[in-house]
Design a protein around this ligand. Sequence first.
Ligand SMILES: [Zn+2]
Length: 281
Amino acid sequence: MVSEIKILKIGYCTQLEKMAVKNGRLKTIEFPATAVLIKHGQRGYILFDTGYGEAFFEAAKKFPYNLYKKVTPVYLKAEETVMAQLKKMNISAKDIKYIILSHFHADHIAGCRDFPNAKFLCSKVEYETIKNKKGFSALKEGFIPELLPQNFSDRTIFFEDQQIKKFPVVNTAFKRAIDLFGDETFYIVKLSGHTKGHYGLFLQDQQRKNYFFVGDACWSKKSFEEGILPHYFAGFIIKDKRSYQENVKKLYTLYRENTHIKIIPSHCKETLESLMEDQSE
Ligand SMILES: [Zn+2]
């Protein structure tokens, strides 16, 4: 049973709004990075992605990783790191038992090294894509190897090895999902396109509210509300355009058929602000 879900904003980068939706402005906007803290009745605290972290700034001092910050300037206050926010809630690093990774872009994994007790849950396909990459070939994948702990592979469980079940909500877009812990609490959903092994997380809390954390499957709520795709400029951060577009369409269908599901893209400022407002009530 999922007893607690808290969305944390972990800094932001700036980009043109047009990157997220093609009818957007040629204006620089903030793209927040996020982590989600979830409490599972039996398994304890779990994170979905980690956002930026101190390790990012350390790694990005060196060439060629310093180019990452040049393309997307990153801002993170000391009190905004996952560690600082957990501390405020009296949760220590060793209380985090699992970290689910949507994909391996630096803005999703930069906090991984802060949690020595955590097991990592990720896509095998995604991990195979990046695991031996260094320097420019890593950077081309949006990946910085120094952000992962040295023993990462020993601590990792792959999505693809878990059981596949029926998608928990009736809809015509998504048929199946991975039952991550075999207890029908955490459903992992394939949303490839942005990267090859990119996945989202579907959850139902104690009040039977539905949340779908879709990572980078789209960058703005406009995408799934109105079916709008990103500008072609964003092509360089989309690995497979066809799957990306198919998944935006599926999210659009899911949203129209089930307006009660909260669809949460990692970097949508509007979605994040409204959720954080609900959380503080
Ligand atoms: Zn990404």
